[in-house]
Design a protein around this ligand. Structure first.
Ligand code: COS
Length: 385
Protein backbone atom coordinates (compact mmCIF):
# COMPACT_ATOMS: atom_id res chain seq x y z
CA UNK A 1 0.00 0.00 0.00
CA UNK A 2 1.34 3.44 -0.86
CA UNK A 3 0.81 5.73 2.13
CA UNK A 4 2.09 8.74 0.21
CA UNK A 5 4.52 9.83 2.87
CA UNK A 6 6.16 13.20 2.38
CA UNK A 7 9.73 13.17 1.17
CA UNK A 8 10.92 13.93 4.72
CA UNK A 9 8.78 11.18 6.26
CA UNK A 10 10.06 8.65 3.72
CA UNK A 11 13.61 9.72 4.48
CA UNK A 12 13.05 9.29 8.22
CA UNK A 13 11.44 5.87 7.72
CA UNK A 14 14.24 4.70 5.39
CA UNK A 15 16.92 5.89 7.77
CA UNK A 16 15.30 4.08 10.71
CA UNK A 17 14.88 0.96 8.55
CA UNK A 18 18.57 1.00 7.63
CA UNK A 19 19.59 1.26 11.29
CA UNK A 20 17.16 -1.53 12.15
CA UNK A 21 18.55 -3.86 9.50
CA UNK A 22 22.23 -3.04 9.81
CA UNK A 23 22.70 -2.26 13.49
CA UNK A 24 19.80 -3.68 15.49
CA UNK A 25 19.06 -7.03 13.84
CA UNK A 26 22.59 -8.39 14.39
CA UNK A 27 22.44 -7.71 18.16
CA UNK A 28 18.73 -8.18 18.93
CA UNK A 29 18.92 -11.77 20.18
CA UNK A 30 22.03 -11.17 22.28
CA UNK A 31 20.71 -7.99 23.89
CA UNK A 32 17.44 -9.77 24.66
CA UNK A 33 19.12 -12.83 26.13
CA UNK A 34 21.56 -10.83 28.26
CA UNK A 35 19.30 -7.87 29.03
CA UNK A 36 21.76 -5.36 27.58
CA UNK A 37 20.62 -1.73 27.39
CA UNK A 38 21.37 -0.55 23.83
CA UNK A 39 23.65 2.46 24.51
CA UNK A 40 25.45 1.84 21.20
CA UNK A 41 22.18 1.96 19.25
CA UNK A 42 21.12 5.10 21.13
CA UNK A 43 24.33 6.69 19.87
CA UNK A 44 23.62 5.63 16.28
CA UNK A 45 20.07 7.06 16.55
CA UNK A 46 21.46 10.27 18.04
CA UNK A 47 24.13 10.61 15.33
CA UNK A 48 21.38 10.14 12.74
CA UNK A 49 19.32 12.95 14.31
CA UNK A 50 16.33 10.66 14.80
CA UNK A 51 15.64 11.70 18.41
CA UNK A 52 14.57 15.11 17.23
CA UNK A 53 11.99 14.16 14.61
CA UNK A 54 8.97 15.04 16.81
CA UNK A 55 10.57 17.97 18.65
CA UNK A 56 9.81 21.55 17.48
CA UNK A 57 12.46 23.16 15.29
CA UNK A 58 13.02 26.06 17.68
CA UNK A 59 14.31 23.54 20.23
CA UNK A 60 16.67 21.79 17.85
CA UNK A 61 14.26 19.21 16.47
CA UNK A 62 12.97 18.43 13.02
CA UNK A 63 9.51 19.81 13.77
CA UNK A 64 7.50 16.69 12.99
CA UNK A 65 4.85 15.09 15.14
CA UNK A 66 3.50 11.79 16.39
CA UNK A 67 3.58 10.38 12.85
CA UNK A 68 7.33 10.92 12.42
CA UNK A 69 7.95 9.38 15.85
CA UNK A 70 5.71 6.41 14.97
CA UNK A 71 7.53 5.79 11.68
CA UNK A 72 10.83 5.50 13.54
CA UNK A 73 9.36 3.29 16.28
CA UNK A 74 7.76 0.98 13.72
CA UNK A 75 10.98 0.45 11.80
CA UNK A 76 13.16 -0.05 14.88
CA UNK A 77 10.59 -2.46 16.35
CA UNK A 78 10.66 -4.54 13.18
CA UNK A 79 14.15 -5.53 14.31
CA UNK A 80 13.68 -5.36 18.10
CA UNK A 81 10.74 -4.08 20.13
CA UNK A 82 12.95 -3.83 23.22
CA UNK A 83 15.74 -1.79 21.69
CA UNK A 84 13.14 0.49 20.09
CA UNK A 85 11.91 1.36 23.58
CA UNK A 86 14.97 3.44 24.50
CA UNK A 87 13.67 5.71 21.75
CA UNK A 88 9.90 5.35 22.30
CA UNK A 89 10.19 5.66 26.10
CA UNK A 90 12.06 8.92 25.56
CA UNK A 91 9.13 10.13 23.47
CA UNK A 92 6.75 9.29 26.30
CA UNK A 93 8.89 11.14 28.83
CA UNK A 94 9.34 14.14 26.53
CA UNK A 95 5.76 14.76 25.44
CA UNK A 96 4.66 16.32 28.75
CA UNK A 97 7.38 18.95 28.23
CA UNK A 98 6.43 19.53 24.58
CA UNK A 99 2.75 19.85 25.49
CA UNK A 100 2.91 21.69 28.80
CA UNK A 101 6.44 23.05 29.27
CA UNK A 102 7.13 26.76 29.64
CA UNK A 103 9.53 28.43 27.20
CA UNK A 104 12.27 28.07 29.82
CA UNK A 105 11.56 24.40 30.46
CA UNK A 106 11.47 23.60 26.74
CA UNK A 107 14.67 25.56 26.08
CA UNK A 108 16.39 23.81 28.97
CA UNK A 109 15.44 20.20 28.21
CA UNK A 110 14.34 19.70 24.60
CA UNK A 111 17.57 20.51 22.70
CA UNK A 112 19.56 17.83 24.55
CA UNK A 113 16.77 15.29 24.05
CA UNK A 114 16.51 16.22 20.35
CA UNK A 115 20.22 15.55 19.95
CA UNK A 116 20.00 12.25 21.79
CA UNK A 117 22.37 13.55 24.49
CA UNK A 118 19.72 12.85 27.13
CA UNK A 119 17.07 10.15 27.31
CA UNK A 120 13.75 10.74 29.02
CA UNK A 121 11.25 8.65 30.98
CA UNK A 122 7.70 9.00 32.26
CA UNK A 123 6.82 8.22 35.88
CA UNK A 124 3.14 7.59 36.54
CA UNK A 125 2.64 3.93 37.50
CA UNK A 126 3.02 2.72 41.08
CA UNK A 127 2.69 -0.66 42.78
CA UNK A 128 -0.97 -0.01 43.57
CA UNK A 129 -1.78 2.38 40.75
CA UNK A 130 -1.66 0.79 37.30
CA UNK A 131 -4.98 0.98 35.45
CA UNK A 132 -6.27 3.13 38.31
CA UNK A 133 -3.85 5.95 37.58
CA UNK A 134 -5.60 8.23 40.06
CA UNK A 135 -4.56 5.88 42.88
CA UNK A 136 -0.97 7.09 43.03
CA UNK A 137 0.55 7.66 46.46
CA UNK A 138 3.71 9.60 45.60
CA UNK A 139 3.46 13.05 47.13
CA UNK A 140 4.92 16.43 46.28
CA UNK A 141 4.76 18.95 49.10
CA UNK A 142 5.37 22.63 48.42
CA UNK A 143 8.06 24.11 50.64
CA UNK A 144 9.07 27.69 49.83
CA UNK A 145 10.42 27.71 46.29
CA UNK A 146 10.79 23.94 46.25
CA UNK A 147 8.70 20.77 46.18
CA UNK A 148 9.62 17.73 48.26
CA UNK A 149 8.86 14.41 46.56
CA UNK A 150 8.31 11.14 48.42
CA UNK A 151 7.21 7.80 47.01
CA UNK A 152 8.11 5.04 44.58
CA UNK A 153 7.26 4.70 40.91
CA UNK A 154 7.20 1.22 39.44
CA UNK A 155 7.92 -0.34 36.00
CA UNK A 156 9.41 2.80 34.53
CA UNK A 157 10.82 2.34 31.03
CA UNK A 158 14.33 3.84 30.74
CA UNK A 159 14.44 4.09 34.56
CA UNK A 160 18.05 4.65 35.60
CA UNK A 161 19.25 5.20 32.02
CA UNK A 162 17.29 8.40 31.34
CA UNK A 163 18.51 11.79 32.51
CA UNK A 164 15.12 13.57 32.42
CA UNK A 165 11.98 12.25 34.17
CA UNK A 166 8.47 13.60 34.01
CA UNK A 167 6.79 12.47 37.18
CA UNK A 168 3.20 12.65 38.39
CA UNK A 169 2.70 13.17 42.13
CA UNK A 170 -0.09 14.10 44.47
CA UNK A 171 -0.10 17.71 45.71
CA UNK A 172 -3.57 17.70 47.29
CA UNK A 173 -5.19 14.39 48.12
CA UNK A 174 -8.56 15.97 48.91
CA UNK A 175 -9.02 17.01 45.28
CA UNK A 176 -8.98 13.55 43.65
CA UNK A 177 -7.83 13.58 40.01
CA UNK A 178 -7.46 17.37 40.28
CA UNK A 179 -5.00 17.01 43.14
CA UNK A 180 -2.09 15.74 41.03
CA UNK A 181 0.77 17.71 39.55
CA UNK A 182 3.49 16.95 37.03
CA UNK A 183 7.18 17.63 37.58
CA UNK A 184 10.47 17.40 35.76
CA UNK A 185 13.05 15.58 37.84
CA UNK A 186 16.66 15.26 36.77
CA UNK A 187 18.79 12.22 37.38
CA UNK A 188 21.32 13.02 40.07
CA UNK A 189 18.95 15.12 42.16
CA UNK A 190 19.64 14.26 45.85
CA UNK A 191 16.90 12.01 47.22
CA UNK A 192 16.16 10.50 43.79
CA UNK A 193 17.46 6.97 43.27
CA UNK A 194 16.65 3.83 41.33
CA UNK A 195 15.29 0.70 42.94
CA UNK A 196 14.52 -2.75 41.63
CA UNK A 197 15.41 -3.47 38.00
CA UNK A 198 12.79 -5.85 36.57
CA UNK A 199 13.47 -9.23 34.95
CA UNK A 200 10.88 -9.38 32.18
CA UNK A 201 9.24 -11.83 29.78
CA UNK A 202 9.99 -9.65 26.75
CA UNK A 203 11.42 -6.27 25.72
CA UNK A 204 14.46 -7.40 27.67
CA UNK A 205 16.86 -4.95 26.01
CA UNK A 206 14.76 -2.20 27.54
CA UNK A 207 15.39 -1.32 31.16
CA UNK A 208 12.38 -1.19 33.51
CA UNK A 209 13.09 0.14 37.00
CA UNK A 210 11.66 1.70 40.12
CA UNK A 211 12.11 5.42 40.74
CA UNK A 212 12.55 6.11 44.44
CA UNK A 213 11.96 9.58 45.92
CA UNK A 214 13.06 10.17 49.51
CA UNK A 215 12.69 13.80 50.54
CA UNK A 216 13.78 14.69 47.05
CA UNK A 217 13.80 18.48 46.69
CA UNK A 218 13.21 19.94 43.27
CA UNK A 219 12.91 23.63 42.38
CA UNK A 220 9.41 25.05 41.92
CA UNK A 221 10.27 25.92 38.33
CA UNK A 222 10.24 22.18 37.57
CA UNK A 223 6.46 22.08 37.96
CA UNK A 224 4.86 21.37 34.58
CA UNK A 225 1.68 23.32 33.80
CA UNK A 226 -0.04 24.29 37.06
CA UNK A 227 -0.62 22.55 40.36
CA UNK A 228 -3.62 20.25 39.98
CA UNK A 229 -3.07 19.62 36.27
CA UNK A 230 -0.95 16.48 36.65
CA UNK A 231 -3.69 14.00 35.75
CA UNK A 232 -4.52 16.01 32.66
CA UNK A 233 -0.83 16.16 31.71
CA UNK A 234 -0.68 12.35 32.00
CA UNK A 235 -3.89 11.71 30.06
CA UNK A 236 -3.10 14.16 27.28
CA UNK A 237 0.37 12.70 26.97
CA UNK A 238 -0.95 9.13 26.77
CA UNK A 239 -3.51 10.18 24.15
CA UNK A 240 -0.55 11.15 21.97
CA UNK A 241 1.84 8.34 22.78
CA UNK A 242 -0.52 5.35 22.55
CA UNK A 243 -0.15 5.41 18.75
CA UNK A 244 3.56 5.03 19.52
CA UNK A 245 2.80 1.73 21.27
CA UNK A 246 0.62 0.84 18.30
CA UNK A 247 3.52 1.48 15.94
CA UNK A 248 5.83 -0.60 18.11
CA UNK A 249 3.26 -3.42 17.87
CA UNK A 250 2.99 -2.88 14.13
CA UNK A 251 6.76 -3.14 13.72
CA UNK A 252 6.94 -6.31 15.82
CA UNK A 253 4.13 -7.87 13.75
CA UNK A 254 5.84 -6.92 10.49
CA UNK A 255 9.16 -8.32 11.68
CA UNK A 256 7.55 -11.65 12.64
CA UNK A 257 5.62 -11.84 9.38
CA UNK A 258 8.77 -11.20 7.31
CA UNK A 259 10.52 -14.07 9.10
CA UNK A 260 7.59 -16.45 8.66
CA UNK A 261 7.19 -15.60 4.97
CA UNK A 262 10.88 -16.11 4.27
CA UNK A 263 10.96 -19.38 6.18
CA UNK A 264 7.87 -20.71 4.40
CA UNK A 265 9.69 -20.41 1.08
CA UNK A 266 12.81 -22.17 2.38
CA UNK A 267 11.37 -24.95 4.50
CA UNK A 268 10.76 -28.10 2.46
CA UNK A 269 8.36 -30.79 3.66
CA UNK A 270 6.73 -33.50 1.55
CA UNK A 271 9.19 -32.40 -1.23
CA UNK A 272 7.74 -28.89 -1.46
CA UNK A 273 8.30 -25.55 0.24
CA UNK A 274 5.65 -25.24 2.92
CA UNK A 275 4.49 -21.99 1.26
CA UNK A 276 2.88 -24.19 -1.41
CA UNK A 277 0.42 -25.60 1.14
CA UNK A 278 -2.87 -23.79 1.45
CA UNK A 279 -2.88 -24.16 5.24
CA UNK A 280 0.28 -22.02 5.39
CA UNK A 281 -0.85 -19.68 2.58
CA UNK A 282 -4.03 -18.78 4.44
CA UNK A 283 -2.12 -18.10 7.64
CA UNK A 284 0.26 -15.81 5.76
CA UNK A 285 -2.64 -14.06 4.04
CA UNK A 286 -4.43 -13.50 7.36
CA UNK A 287 -1.25 -12.09 8.89
CA UNK A 288 -0.80 -9.71 5.95
CA UNK A 289 -4.44 -8.57 6.15
CA UNK A 290 -4.15 -7.74 9.83
CA UNK A 291 -0.82 -5.94 9.48
CA UNK A 292 -2.00 -3.77 6.59
CA UNK A 293 -5.23 -2.92 8.40
CA UNK A 294 -3.24 -2.00 11.52
CA UNK A 295 -0.86 0.16 9.48
CA UNK A 296 -3.75 2.04 7.84
CA UNK A 297 -5.25 2.69 11.25
CA UNK A 298 -2.04 3.69 13.00
CA UNK A 299 -0.90 6.04 10.22
CA UNK A 300 -4.30 7.65 9.94
CA UNK A 301 -4.55 8.06 13.73
CA UNK A 302 -1.17 9.82 13.73
CA UNK A 303 -2.32 12.10 10.91
CA UNK A 304 -5.56 12.76 12.82
CA UNK A 305 -3.58 13.82 15.91
CA UNK A 306 -0.88 15.81 14.07
CA UNK A 307 -3.56 17.47 11.95
CA UNK A 308 -4.91 19.08 15.11
CA UNK A 309 -8.10 17.07 15.60
CA UNK A 310 -9.87 18.01 18.82
CA UNK A 311 -11.00 14.58 19.93
CA UNK A 312 -8.17 12.07 19.97
CA UNK A 313 -8.61 9.80 23.02
CA UNK A 314 -10.91 7.30 21.34
CA UNK A 315 -8.94 7.18 18.09
CA UNK A 316 -5.66 6.77 19.93
CA UNK A 317 -7.10 3.95 22.06
CA UNK A 318 -8.58 2.21 19.01
CA UNK A 319 -5.23 2.17 17.21
CA UNK A 320 -3.43 0.89 20.30
CA UNK A 321 -5.90 -1.96 20.85
CA UNK A 322 -6.04 -3.01 17.23
CA UNK A 323 -2.32 -2.92 16.54
CA UNK A 324 -1.32 -4.64 19.79
CA UNK A 325 -3.92 -7.40 19.39
CA UNK A 326 -2.63 -7.79 15.82
CA UNK A 327 0.96 -8.06 17.04
CA UNK A 328 0.01 -10.78 19.51
CA UNK A 329 -1.92 -12.79 16.93
CA UNK A 330 0.61 -12.39 14.14
CA UNK A 331 3.60 -13.31 16.30
CA UNK A 332 1.83 -16.42 17.64
CA UNK A 333 1.04 -17.43 14.05
CA UNK A 334 4.61 -16.71 12.93
CA UNK A 335 5.84 -19.15 15.56
CA UNK A 336 3.24 -21.65 14.32
CA UNK A 337 4.30 -21.31 10.66
CA UNK A 338 7.90 -21.91 11.70
CA UNK A 339 6.93 -24.84 13.93
CA UNK A 340 9.67 -26.26 16.15
CA UNK A 341 12.21 -23.79 14.75
CA UNK A 342 9.90 -20.91 15.58
CA UNK A 343 9.88 -22.05 19.20
CA UNK A 344 13.67 -22.02 19.45
CA UNK A 345 15.64 -19.02 20.64
CA UNK A 346 17.98 -19.16 17.62
CA UNK A 347 15.12 -17.82 15.50
CA UNK A 348 13.77 -14.33 16.21
CA UNK A 349 10.02 -15.02 16.25
CA UNK A 350 10.07 -16.59 19.73
CA UNK A 351 11.39 -13.27 21.06
CA UNK A 352 8.94 -11.27 18.97
CA UNK A 353 6.05 -13.21 20.48
CA UNK A 354 7.33 -12.38 23.97
CA UNK A 355 7.89 -8.73 23.01
CA UNK A 356 4.40 -8.40 21.52
CA UNK A 357 2.64 -9.20 24.81
CA UNK A 358 3.56 -5.97 26.58
CA UNK A 359 1.93 -3.85 23.87
CA UNK A 360 -1.46 -5.15 25.07
CA UNK A 361 -0.57 -4.13 28.62
CA UNK A 362 1.41 -0.92 28.97
CA UNK A 363 0.35 2.70 28.42
CA UNK A 364 -3.06 1.45 29.52
CA UNK A 365 -4.19 -2.17 29.16
CA UNK A 366 -6.39 -3.00 26.22
CA UNK A 367 -9.27 -3.36 28.67
CA UNK A 368 -8.73 0.25 29.83
CA UNK A 369 -8.57 1.33 26.16
CA UNK A 370 -11.95 -0.29 25.61
CA UNK A 371 -13.31 1.66 28.60
CA UNK A 372 -11.98 4.87 27.04
CA UNK A 373 -13.53 3.99 23.67
CA UNK A 374 -16.90 3.00 25.14
CA UNK A 375 -17.14 6.09 27.38
CA UNK A 376 -16.41 8.36 24.41
CA UNK A 377 -19.04 6.58 22.33
CA UNK A 378 -21.66 6.94 25.03
CA UNK A 379 -20.72 10.58 25.65
CA UNK A 380 -21.05 11.45 21.96
CA UNK A 381 -24.51 9.86 21.87
CA UNK A 382 -25.63 12.02 24.81
CA UNK A 383 -24.28 15.18 23.13
CA UNK A 384 -26.06 14.45 19.84
CA UNK A 385 -29.46 13.94 21.56
N1 COS B 1 -7.94 13.98 28.24
C1 COS B 1 -8.31 15.01 29.02
N2 COS B 1 -8.87 14.84 30.23
C2 COS B 1 -9.08 13.58 30.65
C3 COS B 1 -8.74 12.46 29.89
C4 COS B 1 -8.15 12.71 28.63
N3 COS B 1 -7.78 11.71 27.84
N4 COS B 1 -9.07 11.34 30.56
C5 COS B 1 -9.62 11.74 31.71
N5 COS B 1 -9.63 13.10 31.77
C6 COS B 1 -10.14 13.95 32.84
C7 COS B 1 -11.62 13.71 33.02
O1 COS B 1 -12.40 14.51 32.15
C8 COS B 1 -11.81 14.08 34.47
O2 COS B 1 -11.85 15.49 34.57
P1 COS B 1 -12.82 16.24 35.61
O3 COS B 1 -12.22 15.96 36.94
O4 COS B 1 -12.72 17.65 35.18
O5 COS B 1 -14.17 15.62 35.43
C9 COS B 1 -10.52 13.63 35.11
O6 COS B 1 -9.53 13.57 34.06
C10 COS B 1 -10.63 12.26 35.74
O7 COS B 1 -11.10 11.38 34.75
P2 COS B 1 -11.85 10.03 35.08
O8 COS B 1 -12.89 10.27 36.12
O9 COS B 1 -12.26 9.40 33.79
O10 COS B 1 -10.64 9.22 35.74
P3 COS B 1 -10.55 7.73 36.26
O11 COS B 1 -9.83 7.76 37.55
O12 COS B 1 -11.87 7.05 36.17
O13 COS B 1 -9.52 7.04 35.22
C11 COS B 1 -8.67 6.15 33.18
C12 COS B 1 -9.56 7.15 33.87
C13 COS B 1 -9.00 4.70 33.51
C14 COS B 1 -8.89 6.39 31.70
C15 COS B 1 -7.19 6.45 33.54
O14 COS B 1 -6.96 6.15 34.88
C16 COS B 1 -6.20 5.69 32.69
O15 COS B 1 -5.91 6.10 31.57
N6 COS B 1 -5.64 4.56 33.22
C17 COS B 1 -4.59 3.86 32.54
C18 COS B 1 -3.29 4.49 32.92
C19 COS B 1 -2.17 4.10 32.05
O16 COS B 1 -2.22 4.24 30.85
N7 COS B 1 -1.10 3.62 32.71
C20 COS B 1 0.09 3.33 32.06
C21 COS B 1 1.09 4.31 32.52
S1 COS B 1 2.31 4.70 31.40
S2 COS B 1 3.16 3.03 30.93
Amino acid sequence: MNYFLTEEQQMIKDLAAKIADEKIKPVALKYDEEGIFPRDIVKVLADSDLFGVYIPEEYGGFGGGIFEMALVVEELSRACGGIALAYAGTGLGTYPIILFGTEEQKAKYLPDIAQGKKLAAFGLTEANAGSDAAGIQTTAKADGDEYILNGTKQWITNGGEAEVYTVIACTDRSKGARGFSAFIVEKGTPGFSFGKKENKMGIRASVTSELVFEDCRIPRENLLAREGMGFLVAMKTLDRTRPGVASQALGIAQGAFDEALKYSGERVQFDKPISSFQAIQHMLADMAIQIEAARCLVYQTCRHIDGGAKSISKESAISKVFASDTAMKVTVDAVQVMGGYGYMKEYPVEKMMRDAKITQIYEGTNQIQRNVIALELIKSQKVSK
